[in-house]
Write a protein that binds this ligand. Sequence first.
Ligand SMILES: Cc1cc2nc3c(=O)[nH]c(=O)nc-3n(C[C@H](O)[C@H](O)[C@H](O)COP(=O)(O)O)c2cc1C
Length: 184
Amino acid sequence: MKVLVFGASLRVRSYNAALAGLAARELETNGAAVDLAGFSEFDAPPYNQDTLDTGGFPPGVLAFSRRLRDADALAIASPEYTFSVPGTLKNLIDWTSQQDPVAWTGKPGLLLSASVSSVGGQRGLWALRVPLEALGAHLYPDMFSLPNADETLDRAGEFTDAARSEALADLARAFVRFADRLTS
Ligand SMILES: Cc1cc2nc3c(=O)[nH]c(=O)nc-3n(C[C@H](O)[C@H](O)[C@H](O)COP(=O)(O)O)c2cc1C
């Protein structure tokens, strides 16, 4: 099983990119092949019907949907912006919603978040579930939210606490089983 994994932040030292890397490692440990992407590969201008009508889908959108179609499942580590989904990620979802077929449909998905706050970005993930489920992704019920990321990740992007590492390992194991069942 191949899993497309990415952190949904354009920031170079993104905590969510680091968390995506940790999740990718755990998914591989549990037998998945991982396609670890950088979010800048999927950069897209704000959705505009006129842009679509005159020039078609932007290259970043086409690259994303190609990579997602080529994967059996996906894992996203997303920041929480203003209690919700970052505009850049929602914009990418909106673009892909206009494609036929929609690349998200039928894909098992794992949602993670890292935030500098004590809530860990969990509210953003609940908001993210809405458009992804609307597009037919099969999201795993459990999610992983990392609070106080400036303290719970070290400079190398590793957890500073073994309990979190074990929690992510357990979740990755359970998700691979779930995705295997859905895709086989
Ligand atoms: C526009 C904006 C809105 C934010 N809103 C929230 C928020 O609602 N909740 C939260 O926990 N953190 C919020 N943050 C702080 C982010 O958790 C923090 O910037 C984090 O580092 C972003 O993830 P990244 O490191 O992967 O880029 C916000 C940051 C920005 C720039």
